[in-house]
Ligand binder design. Structure first.
Ligand SMILES: Cc1cc2nc3c(=O)[nH]c(=O)nc-3n(C[C@H](O)[C@H](O)[C@H](O)COP(=O)(O)O)c2cc1C
Length: 186
């Protein structure tokens, strides 16, 4: 198989987001075994069917990046036991065709899910909701292993940056599993 391309989608727009930092640590752990791109989507507007066709430029761009991926890796925070609205908005755009009657870019894509939260759930509840949504959109979800990081404040360095301790081996295991999953779902 050629080197796979992973596109990471972080469900937080926060500059110092722990989930964004987790995605960057995942990129490091992947190393040169795959291309790894973080999807930037802060400029995607709120879904409004009045502006669907032709799609706004940021929507066209994110669809193109997602279409180019062999797999999508979600890194989601948990907001009120759900995944954040910005992520739902992005997925709603991605779930729609570029022109009426066309296909959508998430269809059949392998997906991995990870998340870090300040609370005890470690984003497990948010992840379950995300699985429901992306399964409906016919993504191939790698349900095991998923990575949940509770009490993320316990895994920071003295500058308050994410420095995985307890979760480091689990991230490594998820990286290895997702690379194998991509190979088996070409
Ligand atoms: C609107 C909102 C709701 C939240 N709800 C939860 C929650 O249900 N469970 C939890 O563990 N943390 C919750 N948090 C705290 C997040 O875990 C914390 O803000 C985390 O750092 C967000 O992820 P990020 O660092 O990637 O932005 C919530 C935060 C916000 C802003």
């Amino acid at each position: 198989m050629k080197k796979p391309k992973i596109v990471a989608i972080v469900g937080s727009l926060r500059k110092d987001s722990f989930n964004r930092q987790l995605a960057l640590l995942a990129r490091e752990a992947v190393g040169n075994r795959a291309d790894f791109e973080l999807l930037e989507y802060a400029d995607v507007p709120m879904m409004n069917e009045d502006m669907e066709f032709p799609p706004p430029e940021p929507v066209r761009r994110v669809r193109q990046v997602v279409a180019s991926a062999d797999g999508i890796w979600f890194f989601t925070p948990e907001y009120n036991h759900f995944f954040p609205g910005v992520l739902k908005n992005l997925i709603d755009w991605l779930s729609r065709p570029a022109e009426p009657g066309g296909g959508q870019v998430l269809d059949g894509k392998p997906a991995a899910i990870s998340g870090a939260s300040l609370g005890m759930s470690g984003t497990g509840l948010a992840q379950d909701h995300l699985v429901t949504l992306i399964s409906f959109l016919n993504m191939k979800v790698m349900n095991f292993p998923r990575l949940t990081i509770p009490d993320v404040w316990k895994q920071l360095d003295d500058r308050k940056k994410l420095k995985l301790s307890d979760s480091a081996t689990f991230l490594q295991k998820q990286v290895d599993a997702f690379l194998a999953f991509l190979q088996n779902n070409q």
